[in-house]
Structure formats: C-alpha cells, structure tokens
Design a protein around this ligand. Structure first.
Ligand SMILES: *Cc1c(COP(=O)(O)O)cnc(C)c1O
Length: 391
C-alpha cells in the first residue's frame, strides 16, 4: 500500500483521499478494483504452507478489503480493522469479542434496536447478561459495575433520541476496572469523531450509512486499539464474517467523497432546523450540533462536526394527519437506513427502559441528503399543510 496513506501527520480529509491506494500495483488505475476471489493460488508447497503469504484465501481478505481496513485504521488511529457484511454484524462481532459466558454487558438505553435485541435476547442464550443504562450517566455508570462486568456499549449520539454520551468519563471509569468500551460511531463517521482517541477500546461503523453513501450496499467495520486487535481478528476469523468484494469496493469509493457529502448534509440539516424552529408544527429538535440541544457542550468538546441525521418531535397530531403529511412528500423517501444522497424521513418509536422518550407529539427521524435545502423546506411545508387539512 502507499506509504503516504500511513502518514498520520495528514488531516483526515487528506487521509480519505490517499489511504489504501496503490496505482502502481494496479496498472496505474486510480482505484483498487474489487478482487472477487475465494481461491488464491500459490506457486509451491512452501509458498502455500510456510511463507505466510499476505493473502491466502478470499474469506481471510484480499487487496480490496486490506485497502478499506487500512483506510479505517488510519482514520481511527486503530491497530486493526476488520470488515463485516453489515453494520449489525459489526456490532455483534465487537460484543462477542469483548464478552464471554457469565459476563455482563452494560448497554446504553439509546442503542440501535437490533444491537439491543442481540444483547438482551440472543447473547442471553450464551450466558451473557445485558443491562441497559442511562445514556446520560457519564462516570456514574460505574455504579452498575459488578465483578462480572466485561463490556460497555456506547452509542453517541444515540439512535432516534440523539443523546450525546460522555465517552471520556465512561471510558475512564471502565479502564480502572479493565472493562472493554465499545463505541458505535455510525452517526459521526471517523471524520467527525474518533472514539479510540476518547478512550474506547473498539469502534464500530455501519459503513452502510455515510461511508457507502449511495444506499446500495450493507457493510460494517470494527476497529480496535492494540489491546484488543488480536482478539478482534481471531473472533472475526472464527465467526467466518467476510464482506463481499463489491460492497467493500463501493465503501472504498464512497469514503473518498465523504468529507464533502457530510459537509453538505450538515449544512442542509442546519438550514432545515433553522426553518423548523419558526414553525408551530415543530416541537423538539434532537440534534447535538444545535445550540439548543442538551448534548451540545459535549458534542462541541468531542466532535468535529455534525452529520445530517436528526430527530424532530412534532406538536401533537393525529395518525391521519401524520400519514397525510408523510405520504405526500415528493423529495423525502420513506425507508430505513440513512446517510445516502437522498433525503429520508420515517416516524420513530424509541424502545427505552431507563430513559423513555417523552414527547407530546409523534417523533420523526430525518436524514438530510444532498438536494437543495430550499426544495426540502418547500416539501415539508406542503406536508404540514396537508397535515393541517387532514386534522
Ligand atoms: C444502521 C445502523 C447499524 C446497522 O447497520 P446495517 O448495515 O443496517 O446492519 C448499526 N448501528 C447504527 C447506529 C446504525 O444506525
């Protein structure tokens, strides 16, 4: 791989352009192609068995996966990165790396719902106990520590409710007890936050969102500090988690332009939020990048920017009015996932047991894409008109 890609003195916008590149090794082509390989041939018995070649079998990686791993390790300052077929498998892999039978996991109440389901239900079959904790607990999370606590899952800002967690405080408390801190960093991406630098041991990215950025592939990644790298690699290998060549290629291609896409998404989100604040239909805005947000101070301290995903608590309205508003939107798509070029909107129903979301009206999750913000505003304004007419 290119020497420049490993130079940590560059800014992260430069790193996303240069990391994992090798034009000389690929006929001068700018991008590393998708290596679709299961079998990798070796010249001799010695080469096959004794030489410890860099690439041995497709499931164990190819130049395409190595390039993406190098990219994320450079951005996160990680010892190792592994790729998985989805963001959810990255979450389950990180937890399986950190936990063992009889161990306890503290999981933020604001975790991505499928991660929570894995922790509370599936992991339970293997003797792991998951206990949800208040995302705003900070160092107070130590009150929940027992001799069996092995890991803490942080997701900041949280899914649907966007609480910012005090990761350095949580990690400080955990480190004193040898507890592994796992951070799901999907909202921020490695460009806006680097949790390993804030004390986390492993960081998860659902690359499906901003990294791929075009709504056409699922991919996950886990990056680890030196303490956890070997165990992460071994767990990944023994679980047989291999990401497809074309999906990794799309992620590598997507991340090259992620800095400009994120900036445009943030700018769009801020324009929409400024307008929403003038509207009686809008109640609470859940966006740590906004000064009015309770997590704003922590966000300023730990993040370099905000992405384009936020929550919108509406003033009370009937189900019929909400459907009239959403069903008729021209530009906002209704669908799961986020972080693509197209704006998305969905009604959100956070499942919480420690810190319930209490809004007087329905909660929406909005992912701002790359359209003209004024067109998005006009689309929402027409939606509010339809809601009023249906009420
Ligand atoms: C979407 C998401 C995931 C899962 O990613 P998939 O590729 O859909 O499996 C994990 N964590 C967070 C925070 C997410 O938003």
């Amino acid at each position: 791989m290119s020497k420049a890609g490993k130079d940590t003195s560059y800014g992260s916008r430069t790193t996303v352009v240069i990391a994992g590149r090798d034009p000389k090794g690929h006929a001068g082509a700018v991008n590393i192609p998708p290596y679709r390989a299961s079998t990798i041939l070796h010249d001799s018995v010695r080469a096959l068995t004794a030489d410890k070649p860099r690439f041995t079998y497709g499931r164990r990686g190819t130049p395409t996966t190595a390039a993406m791993e190098e990219m994320l390790s450079s951005l996160h300052g990680a010892e190792a990165t592994v790729l998985t077929p989805s963001g959810l498998s990255a979450c389950t892999l990180a937890l399986l790396t950190a936990l063992e039978a009889g161990g306890e996991l503290l999981i933020t109440d604001s975790a991505y719902e499928p991660t929570r389901h894995f922790a509370m239900k599936l992991a339970k079959r293997f003797g792991i106990t998951a206990i949800p904790y208040d995302p705003l607990a900070g160092a107070e999370v130590a009150r929940l520590f027992t001799p069996r606590t092995r890991a803490i899952l942080v997701e900041s800002p949280g899914s649907l409710t966007f609480e910012v967690q005090d990761l350095p405080a949580i990690a400080g408390a955990a480190r004193a007890q040898g507890i592994c801190v796992v951070a799901d960093n999907t909202w921020a991406t490695p460009l806006l936050c680097q949790p390993l630098g804030l004390g986390a041991d492993m960081v998860i990215e659902s690359c499906t969102k901003y990294v791929v950025g075009h709504s056409d592939a699922n991919l996950g990644a886990v990056s680890a500090s030196a303490d956890w790298a070997e165990r992460l690699r071994a767990t990944h290998y023994h679980l047989g988690l291999t990401a497809g060549a074309d999906d990794v290629y799309l992620a590598l291609r997507g991340i090259r332009t992620m800095a400009v896409r994120l900036k445009a998404a943030e700018e769009g989100a801020r324009t929409l939020i400024a307008w929403l604040k003038t509207r009686p239909e809008a109640g609470r805005i859940l966006y740590p990048g906004d000064e009015s947000d309770p997590g704003h101070a922590l966000w300023r301290r730990d993040f370099r920017g905000a992405s384009g995903l936020f929550g919108l608590g509406l003033a009370p309205m009937s189900k019929e009015a909400l459907s009239a508003m959403l069903d008729g939107l021209a530009l906002f798509g209704m669908g799961y996932s986020w972080g693509g070029y197209e704006s998305l909107i969905i009604p959100a129903d956070p499942h919480r047991s420690v810190r319930p979301y209490a809004g007087p009206g329905p909660l929406l999750r909005i992912s701002v894409g790359l359209e003209d913000p004024q067109d998005l505003i006009a689309d929402l304004a027409a939606g509010f008109d339809r809601a009023r007419a249906a009420a």
